[in-house]
Ligand binder design. Structure first.
Ligand code: FAD
Length: 374
């Protein structure tokens, strides 16, 4: 069978692979994206809390958020509608604590009565009040991911589903051969956007892993039907410090909550952990008037981190044509426009847009060289 020659092969159909593919498509590259599952965004991307929190995470992610924000707020036509909606993020402070909470630039203070007015089921007498970050938004992750995919296919790119890459050979002339589902593809460039499987894909390509750690987080969804007179249709994302639990509305009459657990895991189809569900509910009950009797449903996802908790974006120094795009941790959705454009520029050796050069953050520090050349 003759091999098909392709420009760039992207491995992984989550938000990382889709976003870099979309920016490459905008630059005129016809990408082929390979996803092992039958549906795209099946793993971490489809399991997030869907927030744009520009003041959250390492400086690298804050810098990507700042650059990519205009894309989210004024998206291209392929988005077919808005991608973000403003959402206040309230961090309530337990009255037993003298904890100081960092005040983001656009924040205000709500006293206890304002907190109770906005979130009526918080426990009275439990909080001093809370800091409200007014610079946060919720993201329509499905719409964002679909926008990227439409951009790829609209420019002639190809999406392969049920296409697990488990053989990657670099031939002596510097061309990668990919064998999948009975076909062979040849390409000078492989982009590893395989999320929790990033190190596995590297091994497949004969590349030394970088030490990615997938960390499982469990989310519980409650239905307000089990309580008398409780309104879960709040327009606020609530974080409770210091005994950490967060919650937000999750569709009509539903609330999602998590104890923000992060348990190291192997790459897998993550399943909710009973103990983490119990911790989330117990913490929720301590800060509200509610006694939970029933869980509507639950899920878990893997937030994957590099050893220094910054993303890894750049060429592998010891293997020709192998590009890393992994380690987005808990910030991969909101950072995706900023990361996608940056990675696409590196991949085709295009001048990095001015916004990156003008940022106080040094994006070149995200190259895998930092794990190789010390
Ligand atoms: C509970 C939770 C809350 C979160 N909240 C937020 C939030 O509020 N805001 C935010 O920005 N981020 C959040 N995140 C993080 C965000 O979801 C991730 O950073 C992001 O989705 C990672 O995207 P990805 O494309 O790298 O990974 P994935 O979505 O996992 O995509 C990787 C893909 O690669 C595929 N793959 C792997 N190996 C192969 C192979 N060999 N061949 C073919 N395909 C392969 C997998 O099937 C998978 O689909 C949250 C995550 C969790 C779990």
């Amino acid at each position: 069978m003759t091999a098909k020659s392709i420009d760039i092969a992207i491995i992984g159909g989550g938000i990382a692979g889709a976003s870099v593919g979309a920016f490459l498509a905008d630059f005129g590259v016809r990408v082929h994206l390979f996803e092992m599952e039958s549906s795209l965004a099946y793993h971490t991307t489809g399991r997030s809390a869907a927030l744009l929190t520009p003041h959250y995470g390492p400086d690298s992610m804050k810098a990507f958020a700042a650059i990519g924000r205009s894309f989210l707020e004024t998206p291209p036509a392929q988005a077919q509608g808005p991608l973000v909606e403003p959402r206040d993020l309230l961090t309530v402070i337990d009255s037993d604590q003298t904890l100081t909470v960092e005040r983001p630039p656009k924040s205000v203070w709500w006293d206890e009565s304002t907190c109770l007015e906005k979130v009526s089921f918080l426990r009275k007498g439990k909080f001093l009040g809370g800091v409200v970050d007014k610079d946060v938004a919720s993201i329509d992750v499905h719409a964002l991911h679909s926008c990227y995919i439409r951009t790829i296919t609209g420019k002639g790119g190809v999406i392969h589903q049920n296409a697990r890459i488990d053989r990657l050979n670099l031939n002596p002339s510097g061309i990668w051969e990919i064998h999948v589902n009975g076909e062979t593809y040849q390409t000078p460039t492989v982009c590893n956007a395989a999320g929790a499987w990033g190190d596995e894909v590297a091994r497949t390509a004969g590349v030394t892993p970088v030490g990615l750690v997938p960390k499982k987080r469990t989310v519980v969804v409650l239905d307000s039907n089990q309580f008398a007179d409780v309104n879960f249709d709040i327009e606020i994302f609530v974080v409770v410090e210091p005994n950490y639990v967060y919650f937000q509305n999750f569709g009509v009459g539903k609330l999602m909550l998590s104890a923000a657990d992060q348990t190291p895991s192997i790459p897998c189809d993550a399943q909710p952990d009973e103990m983490d569900m119990a911790v989330a509910i117990s913490r929720f009950e301590q800060v509200t008037n509610l006694k939970v009797t029933r869980i509507d449903h639950s899920w878990a996802g893997l937030r994957t981190f590099a050893p220094d908790c910054n993303p890894i974006i750049g060429w592998e120094p010891y293997r020709e044509g192998f590009f890393w795009l992994v380690g987005q941790g808990g910030y991969g959705v909101f950072s995706s426009p900023g990361i996608g454009l940056y990675a696409a520029s590196l991949l085709i050796d295009r001048e990095i847009p001015k916004a990156y050069a003008e940022s106080p953050f040094d994006f070149s520090s995200l190259s895998p060289d930092r794990f190789r050349l010390s």
